[in-house]
Write a protein that binds this ligand. Sequence first.
Ligand code: 6GU
Length: 240
Amino acid sequence: MRIDAISIFPEYFGVLELSLLGRARARGLIDVQVHDLRDAAHDRHRTVDGTPAGGGAGMVMRPEPWGETLDAIMAESAAGETSDDGPIIIFPSPAGEVFTQAMARELAEERHLVFGCGRYEGIDQRVFDEYGDRARVRLVSLGDYVLNGGEVAAMAMIEAVCRLVPGVVGNPESLVEESHEDGLLEYPSYTKPADWRGRTIPPVLLGGNHGAVRDWRREQSIARTRRVRPELLPPDLRDE
Ligand code: 6GU
């Protein structure tokens, strides 16, 4: 999978060198290219923002550096790509649709993702209009709170997507039992020692009855989901 990230703070993406994703990059499973938006700002101060048309507080990102950077990425990827297998351009934004595990699964099937990370009060609307005509564009939010820019949100999405790319996570079975994969939150886990500060492991987990373990875990998942995220419960598990 090819991923491009555009930002005025490319250093944010340094942590993608670490751990699981670093290994996936080294093994050629994922190709991440980070672009400094200011490389496409050609005035002496490398300006990327301007005052909002119509007035108001804050600054808006100018369209030209976005256009130059996105055109270069699209031209490079155009070889062999058509408009519906060309890149999906994701603009992290608290005004977007909410990112979910289902969206991560969908994006993990793609060949090429581009993350356009805005700062300030946002990006000139004409950038979304222009690339919406030429590619699949999505505004995507992590949830109902505000970050300073799209970088941390893009990193979260990149991690959630890349770990679903075949080969990135060593044991694919570990992807199956996770929170959100069956629509429920994950059950609690335990390991050695059997007694830690007088706190013991639920006996069913030590009894060797795999059916009983499965039933207990499912009950725990349902109880936890009902307690903290009741809106996630499938209709047949509501009430009580
Ligand atoms: Cl995607 N961007 C910003 N700036 N803030 C957010 C967000 C994204 N998702 C939640 N808050």
